[in-house]
Write a protein that binds this ligand. Structure first.
Ligand code: ADE
Ligand code: ZN
Length: 350
């Protein structure tokens, strides 16, 4: 590849319209804003910034990362703090040309700090609604059950999600410590959430094996998988994900930073995509992993060896894999396809 073509690709990646399906509100708050919130609420900002500290090494393991996440959540202590955080995150996404985002929130960690989603969600809905009118970025929210906090907290989270659907909550997620807590623990809560009209998604196969992914698909009935690395080597599972076109939201830098993979060279995103799975690329907790969605597309190109045509496929999969109603998916797909064609004609990429 010659130098001109390389820089054309970098430019194309920046200009691409994007959808972000796997991003956590708390893990996306910029360094400056977390610093401001930490100071305001008397929290040790070094701990709250996590990997954003230049001197900090990679997280030892997912559980180590989750502890940094817990501390970070202590920086959010009021509805006003959430408004500041949400605006900050939407601005960062908008700057990357993100047009549609499904943003996860960890209600249990805020409940432990005395806050309820019944108080927070209407504020987030108003913030996102006003931002969308001004900047055209549409956002929805996913309330994430933290596995390690047990079933009673899970019940509270799914009930909050059901009550807050008018505030843009579209789904229940399963996150947290996959090593010690299986998806089967939460079968009743997920079944109940489905009956309330919520979509279902789970982090599965992030650090867990294929049994964890099977559990999320078969026992919880999730419609989308976060990470899915554990499906590697299980041909029957990969075939199930392919045939059913169950989207797999992959987050390469997150996986390197938490030690879920040793290096980008070990990441299965390219393999999964080339097998015909509905793979999307995402940033997970960009502020804590020192990345961005644009950077994740660059990683797919430069580290994972994807071609422009494959980056385009990832881009459109971001809409296909979303929880948008079909007519909105069609609208976004048309818009994205047109813009990608314009980028191609400007850059000469094919
Ligand atoms: N919560 C925030 N980020 C997470 C991750 N990568 N895995 C599990 N839970 C999370
Ligand atoms: Zn995640």
């Amino acid at each position: 590849m010659n130098v001109a073509r390389k820089s054309n690709l970098a430019q194309a990646i920046e200009q691409m319209p994007k959808a972000e399906l796997h991003v956590h509100l708390e893990g996306s708050i910029s360094h400056e804003t977390i610093e401001e919130l930490a100071r305001k609420n008397g929290i040790d900002s070094y701990a709250a910034r996590g990997r954003a500290n230049p001197a900090r090494l990679r997280y030892g393991h997912l559980v180590d990362f989750l502890e940094a996440y817990r501390v970070r959540c202590k920086c959010l202590r009021s509805a006003d703090d959430f408004q500041v955080a949400c605006t900050d995150v939407l601005e960062s996404l908008h700057a990357l040309n993100v047009r549609y985002a499904e943003i996860m929130i960890a209600p249990t960690l805020h409940r432990m700090n005395g806050l309820s989603m019944d108080e927070i969600m209407p504020v987030l809905a108003r913030t996102a609604g006003e931002f969308s009118k001004k900047n055209g970025l549409e956002a929805r929210f996913i309330l994430d059950v933290g596995r390690q906090f047990g079933r009673e907290h899970a019940w509270q989270t799914v009930r909050e999600a059901a009550r807050q659907q008018d505030s843009g909550v579209i789904a229940i997620g399963l996150g947290g410590d996959e090593v010690h807590y299986s998806p089967e623990l939460f079968v009743e809560q997920f079944a109940w959430a489905r009956k309330q009209g919520l979509h279902l998604v789970a982090h599965a196969g992030e650090v867990g094996d294929s049994a964890s992914v099977w559990g999320a698909v078969n026992s919880l009935g999730v419609e989308r998988i976060g990470h899915g690395l554990g499906a590697r080597g299980d041909e029957a599972l990969l075939e199930t994900l392919r045939i059913r076109q169950i989207p797999v939201d992959m987050c390469p830098t997150s996986n390197v930073e938490t030690g879920a993979v040793r290096s980008y060279a070990d990441h299965p995103l390219a393999d999964f995509l080339r097998r015909g799975l509905l793979v999307t690329v995402n940033s997970d907790d960009p502020a804590m992993f020192g990345t961005s969605l644009t950077q994740e597309y660059s990683v797919c190109w430069q580290e994972l060896g994807l071609a422009w045509s494959e980056l385009k496929l990832l881009c459109l999969n971001g809409i296909r894999g979303s929880f948008l109603p079909d007519k909105d998916k069609e609208r976004f797909l048309e818009e994205f396809t047109e813009e990608l064609a314009e980028i191609e004609s400007e850059t000469g990429l094919r």
